[in-house]
Design a binder for this molecule. Sequence first.
Ligand SMILES: [Zn+2]
Length: 428
Amino acid sequence: MRLLVRGTTQLVTCLGPAGPRAGEDARDIGVIEHGALLIDEGLISWVGSEEAIPRGLSPTQELNVEGRVVTPGLVDPHTHALFAGTREKEFARRVEGATYEEIMAEGGGISASARMLRDAGDKEILAQSRARLLRMLAHGVTSCEIKSGYGLTTEQEVRSLRLIDALSEQIPQDIIPTYLGAHAIPPERKKNRPAFIDYIVNEMTPAVAEEGLAEYCDVFCEEGAFTVEESRRILLSAQRLGMKLKIHADELASSGGTRLGAELGVETADHLLRASKADLEALRDAGGIGVILPGTCLGLGKTGYAPGKLMTEIGLPVALATDLNPGNCFCENLPLMMTLGCLYAGLTVEQAITAVTVNAAYAVGLGEQTGQLELGFWGDLVAWDAQHYQELAYHFGVALANLVVKRGEVVYETAAQYPVSGNMITQK
Ligand SMILES: [Zn+2]
């Protein structure tokens, strides 16, 4: 199969220097006006302008996107997309002014999701999660990370990660699994925290590692969740068992999580709303990526978004993610995060595009496979109902993805109000 994609207004290649990008490097997104490309057996084998299409390309299929912008498939590097049941009542209570403590006392919060997960069957969890992944696909997401974390026991954490693996067989996207055994301390464990940390380190983490279920280990390092000392112990034990590291850091308070991440050499530190400039410089010096999750701030009705402008200016690469979860950010719309990243975190439109492609791919270890329309990379791309790439952040809250290609195959297209592939693809 050799698929030629043509008819673009702009082909946003995101080609540029190797590695995640910050500052001016993140503003160069490699736009080719009226660009075209060829995907050969799932991998990109030619990129250039429409006028320069070589005669000898001999595609077997042609996809004419009829005046749309084409970008790489988006990567969502931070989601909690595997869960059972929803918590809309908590949203309604929060809107009415209930505090987190009150909601917890009413049986809400992460333990509510843990209960629903435990009580749901595998089939039901997979069906619900698959629907979310397909909504993400409709927003242009062709690869994403999914965390466990609603298990709170070894049995349920291992089950969650097995389900994430099973889910990856049922959807077009590539999935990166992350183990988040340290998401919350169950209420009944709060009286003896050290015993719960021992349990995570001595039993839960080795069980996950033994089955090779996760590429990353993440910890919710925050006031009210896990302390810096507890997080260090958990992350180090996972690192020794071969997992790469991530950390939820400095979201609600400046609690030392970003510094700990730098000390341990995490691949990413996520949230960072309350991280200081010195914390962010330490993360930069350790080679980390800062993942910002503006949907969570929106979902909590808060102000004080992560300092994306400062981050990229000091040379810390920024990625954007949805943080899709049933508590404070039930949202599959990654392009909306670009809008919020521009308006509230101070990114330019180009930096926001880099943050959901190149940098997001590096944030999940896929920087050499996807995130750019580079020769030899996966043939993952999105044709948007937009003529200029700036519209992707400007025209917000709607599904602008018109057609999504994963490894050279059309895996999503919008309803018939727009031309569908029957019209757009011609066999050669
Ligand atoms: Zn999260």
